[in-house]
Every structure is written in C-alpha cells, then in structure tokens.
Design a protein around this ligand. Structure first.
Ligand code: ADP
Ligand code: ADP
Ligand code: MG
Length: 489
C-alpha cells in the first residue's frame, strides 16, 4: 500500500478521502488555494501543498505546479476526487510520467470514456443500448438530415460536455440550425472542443446509474445502482439506492455496465449512467463517469463498503478480496445535496460567511461536509456546502428520516437549499416516485409568486437562510462565476 498520498482537491471530497487515508495510517498531503489555506481540510491533513491564488485555473487545475510539488513532497500516489482534474487524461499521464500512481483509470481509458462520442462508439461495439442519435462528427447539413430521421424533440450534446453542461434542447426543426451554431460556439468556449452530436430526447425518463470497480484485468465488480432522477437543469439534487425497479431489471443494468467497461479492462472506480424509460422498461446508455462520484455515499451506506479504500487498493495492485455475491444492498439510502443558494430567488448563489452550522447526527445519518462555524463559501468554487445522507430499512422510512434530519440542520449566515429539499422530500410526487428528470425544471416555473413570498418569510423566521448583507458586495463576482466557463474535466 502507498505510504504518502496527495489529495488533489478541496472541500468535502478532500475531507472524505483524508478519512480513508487516516483509517489506514497513510500519510496525507492536501492541495489548498489561498481561500482554502485555513480550513477543516488543511487542519486534518498531515501536510499542505499550497497553490497560490484563488481561481481554479491557477490552483486546482494547475497540472504543472501540482505535479512538480508532488514530486518534491515525495508522494507515491495522487487521489483527484471528483471535478477539477479528476477526468483529465493529461493529469493522469503527467502523474504517471513523474512516477506517481494516479488513483483512477488509465489516461487512455479516461480519454475513451470522457469523450461522449467515443463512449457511444464503445457502447455500440459492446451492444449496449444507446439513445437514437448521431455517432460521428457531422457537418451542420448532415446533422439536419440526421435530425429529421431522429425526430423531435432532441438534444444537442457537446462531446466534451459534463456536469449538466453542454446540453441543448431543440423542440422543432426550425430551431435546429441556430441551436447547432450556438452549441458549437458554446462548446468551443467551455471545453475548447466544438464537436457535438444529436440524441433523441427521452421524455419522462429516470436517471439510473451503476457503481462499478474494475481491477484492470477485465474483472468488473458492481455495487448496485443509484437513482438520480431528481435534477435541476440536468444536475443531480437527490440520489438514492436502490432504484425503484425490479431486481430483474436491475440485473440488466449491471450486465450493461459490466459489458461496456470490461471491453477496455476498465481500472478503478467508475459509474455507468443510463436513462430508463419506465413505460417501455428500456434502458439506454448515457455516459461513463471515470472517477469517484459526488453521490458515492449512498452506495457506501447500503453496501457497507469504503469505495475510496477500494480505489486505493486497485491503484496499489492489491487483491480486492471481494465476492460479488456478498455485496448486498441493505435497506435504503437517500442523499440530498445542500447548496448555499437561495431557492426562492431562482437559486442565486449565496456566498458569504457561515456564522453558525450544526450538522445533524444520529443513527443512520451521515454528513459529508468541510463546512464549519466561520467557514466562508467563496464565489470561486462550487456552492455545495454539504451532502446529507440517511439510511433506513425501507424507502418510506428513509424519507421520514431525511425529513426529520433536515429539521435539525441549522445553518446561518447564508441562504441554503434546505427548505426547498425539505419540501421536495415531503411532496407526494417524490414519495410516490411520480417524477422524471425534467420534473423540477417544469415544476419550479409553476410555483405561484405568492407561495414563494410566503416561503421567504418563513425562511427568514427560521435560522435557515438568513442574509448577512455581506454577500451583496460579491454579486458581481457571483454573476461571473455562474456564467464563466467551467473547467474541463
Ligand atoms: P456526479 O456525476 O459526480 O454526480 P455531477 O454530474 O452532478 O456529479 O457533476 C459533475 C461534475 O461537475 C462534478 O465533478 C462536480 O464537481 C461538478 N459540478 C457539479 N455542480 C457544479 C457547480 N454548481 N459548480 C461547479 N462544478 C459543479
Ligand atoms: P453530463 O455529462 O452533463 O452529466 P449526461 O449525458 O450524463 O450529461 O446527461 C445529464 C442529464 O441530462 C441526464 O441525467 C438527464 O437528466 C438529461 N439527459 C441527457 N440525455 C438525455 C436524453 N437523451 N433525453 C432526456 N434527457 C437526457
Ligand atoms: Mg452525467
């Protein structure tokens, strides 16, 4: 096993990886930009690798600097977390070239799955069902022809897209030409890669994904599935395991995920994402996330596995000593992502100082967060402040537990999405599983203004979501943050 590992990330995922390192007596180094220097993360690590500056490009995305310092510090492996450089094949290659193990798939595998057009090609080759669409880089004229054949509505997707970005909805042929143009220039700007493709729009679909772990020799273990249908603008908000599908159907998902990834002798943790059409009971491949995912804790809760430790074992070439039959899903787990955003003002980010935070604790409750009293939510990075995960015997019990646990969650200083999540969790449509991936996007626009106003007043009276006034000064920075191009990973 490795002796000293660099965690090249920040926030809750950095802390999460540190926990597994410390559980196994491995020395830890963590990266920190200027605003992150004094944080729960740097306090917990054995050593800190300072990345001067604030912007992600200069700090957490600075491959050269990170590798150079990692060599100086004598680390023997790097864990990239999620986001930032976690799916950057150049980073994986640079680590390898420097003689440092990269805890993730090989640079080549990352390249194959990170590119959505290439991933579709692997799916085709392995007979994995994919959504009707285009499989090559087409000229705008060819795309138009293909669009007629696919039918409307359809989506234009950036081959290099990710994190819910680079997807455009086209309802009719008249819009196509202009949307293609916009999609291309947007993709060029955001990902420095303007390749796009078309996919039929699956209405009323559910997002279901399979957690896998490959050993690199063609063996792929799976750790069950997660349902991540509850999304805002293609970004996951609530995730759970297991999904509301028959165990027979679940097996089909596992088979597809394993076929697709064993083809390339996939190594380390990954998630194979699918769209599921409950009407036809068909599932279609979406993409592979070649890294640990934000929502991995729901799987950890129901399988009692430490997926980060499994990642380290694979990277170190250790025997996993797993028996697939013994990986069993126990009970039901739900995760809610909690953001410093104002749900009553169109989710505008609410950076500022968290004057007080009391994370809930209890049986079957897990909070993954690096936020503590006095923490500053900066406009430079993701505004997620924590992930609340609960587990109980049944889905109904897990929903009840989530609801009562949210009631105990106290955050003051910034607005949070807690009241919104609480409302959602208690809604009959959530309880009855009557929703699809576009549910929130349609639902939000139907909340009458009066109700929004009322909720604002209520929120102001509880300790959740109180403005400090500080954040107003940062509005300019915030709007930049929202519209600025996300890093490519
Ligand atoms: P996952 O696939 O792990 O569930 P998502 O699909 O929600 O995660 O997001 C993909 C990536 O985009 C993640 O690695 C996450 O770090 C990043 N991301 C998600 N939301 C935001 C955001 N609001 N700002 C910046 N990065 C984000
Ligand atoms: P990303 O890399 O941004 O995560 P994905 O391809 O995984 O992109 O899609 C993100 C989300 O967008 C899905 O979870 C789903 O809600 C929606 N989506 C993607 N493709 C389709 C499709 N063909 N039809 C309907 N919804 C889709
Ligand atoms: Mg995705």
């Amino acid at each position: 096993m490795f002796k000293k590992i660099l965690v090249s990330n920040r926030g809750e995922i950095a802390l999460r990886v540190l926990t597994s390192l410390q559980d196994h007596d491995i020395r830890s180094v963590v990266t920190a930009s200027d605003p992150d220097l004094n944080s729960a993360v740097t306090r917990r690590a054995d050593e800190v690798l300072h990345l001067p500056g604030q912007q992600a490009l200069k700090t957490y995305l600075n491959i050269e600097l990170i590798i150079e310092k990692a060599v100086d510090l004598g680390v023997d492996a790097i864990h990239p977390g999620y986001g930032f450089l976690s799916e950057n094949h150049l980073f994986a290659q640079a680590a390898e070239d420097a003689g440092i193990a990269f805890i993730g798939p090989s640079a080549q595998q990352m390249l194959s799955y990170g590119d959505k057009l290439r991933a579709r090609a692997i799916a085709n080759k392995t007979d994995t069902p994919i959504i009707k669409g285009t499989d090559e880089e087409f000229s705008p004229e060819e795309l138009k022809e293909a669009a007629m054949e696919i039918g409307f509505p359809l989506l234009i997707k950036a081959s290099a897209g990710g994190g819910g970005r680079g997807i455009r909805y086209v309802s009719k042929i008249e819009e196509l030409e202009q949307q293609i143009e916009m999609a291309k220039s947007e993709a060029k700007l955001a990902f420095n890669d303007d390749r796009i493709y078309l996919e039929k729009f699956i209405a009323n679909g559910r997002h279901i994904e399979v957690q896998i772990m490959g050993t690199g020799d063609g063996t792929i273990y799976h750790f069950g599935e997660r349902d991540c249908t509850m999304q805002r603008k293609n970004q996951k908000l609530i995730e759970e395991s297991p999904a509301p599908i028959s165990r027979q159907k679940a097996k089909e998902f596992y088979e597809s995920a394993i076929n697709l990834t064993s083809e390339t002798n996939y190594k380390n943790a990954g998630t194979v994402e699918f769209l599921y059409d409950p009407k036809t009971e068909e599932h279609y491949f979406l993409e592979v996330n070649a890294r640990i995912q934000v929502e991995h804790p729901v799987t950890e809760m129901v399988t009692n596995e430490d997926l980060i430790w499994r990642q380290l074992q694979v990277a170190a070439g250790e025997d996993l000593d797993i028996d697939q039959k013994r990986i069993r899903i126990k009970g039901h787990a739900i995760e809610a992502r909690i953001y410093a955003e104002d749900p009553y003002q169109n989710f505008i980010p609410s950076p500022g100082k968290i004057s007080r935070i009391q994370h809930p604790i209890g049986a079957g409750v897990r909070v993954d967060s690096a936020i503590e009293d006095g923490s500053i939510v900066t406009p430079f990075y993701d505004s997620m402040i924590s992930k609340l995960i609960v587990q109980a015997q049944t889905r109904d019990a897990a929903i009840r537990k989530m609801s009562s646990t949210l009631d105990k969650y106290l955050v003051s200083g910034v607005h949070t999405t807690i009241p919104y999540i609480r409302k959602l969790i208690n809604s009959s449509n959530f309880k009855d599983n009557k929703y699809h991936t576009k549910y929130l996007d349609t639902y939000e626009t139907h909340i009458p203004k009066r109700i929004i106003e009322m909720a604002r007043v209520i929120a102001a009276f509880t300790s959740r979501g109180i403005h400090t006034g500080e954040e107003d000064k940062e509005v300019d920075q915030i709007s930049k943050w929202r519209t600025s191009a996300w890093p490519k990973y």
